[in-house]
Write a protein that binds this ligand. Structure first.
Ligand code: MLT
Length: 205
């Protein structure tokens, strides 16, 4: 159950948001701490470990192959992450502090799926090298009040541009406030994106 998910928590100062840090495939709850400090110095963070194993690598949902998501599992795991967020909000006494997800790669994809399917639980997402996470399914949710910052490389075989553009149009159509930056290069987090994300987070808080 979500109460047993290993995670790191740091309260930060009360006026700051709490960053929900979601690592990439094969990562751990420690990976994004240096990034968090660059994005929002002194902010709180909540950093769980992906509960799915793929040949010993931690992930957030199953896949059949690279880019071939098990969408039923995406939906199920997204519900679990929403449950974890609700549990953590209670357990750590977060009250109504803003929670902003910061995800990389597979972590970006679960963050995006959570905002798409459970916007009442997660309304703010920074996604580095994410893509549309729901395969051929559409969403009919009203995402008014959500805000998503998408940072992608134009030549990323793990997050193809077509899927990135589909993500943007689905979010736009649902009423989300979308900020999109597409840079040269492939999978990863570039320094210019860290600056852009820090500014975006600053504008949300
Ligand atoms: C995914 O599986 O979410 C994407 O292919 C990115 C990754 O490899 O983690």
């Amino acid at each position: 159950t979500v109460e047993e998910w290993p995670h790191l928590y740091h309260a930060g100062t009360p006026a700051t948001p709490v960053l929900l840090l979601l690592h990439g495939t094969g990562g751990t709850e420690h990976d994004l701490l240096p990034l968090a400090e660059r994005l929002a110095p002194g902010a709180g963070y909540l950093s769980p470990r992906g509960p799915v194993q793929e040949q010993g690598m931690n992930r957030w949902f199953r896949r059949f192959g690279e880019g071939q998501f098990d969408v039923d599992d995406v939906v199920r795991r997204t519900g679990e992450l929403a449950g974890f967020i609700g549990w953590a909000r209670e357990h750590h006494g977060l009250g109504d502090r803003r929670i902003i997800a910061v995800g990389f790669s597979n972590g970006a994809n679960i963050a995006l799926a959570t905002a798409l399917l459970h916007p009442e639980v997660l309304a703010d997402v920074v996604a580095f090298s994410g893509m549309y996470p729901l395969g051929d399914r559409t969403v009919d949710a009203d995402l008014t009040g959500t805000a998503v910052a998408l940072f992608n490389g134009e030549a990323d075989s793990m997050a193809p541009l077509a899927s990135v553009l589909q993500l943007k149009s689905v979010l736009d159509a649902a009423g989300s406030d979308v900020h999109q930056t597409i840079r040269e290069g492939g999978h990863g987090v570039h320094p210019s994106e860290v600056d852009g994300a820090a500014a975006w987070i600053g504008s949300r808080t």
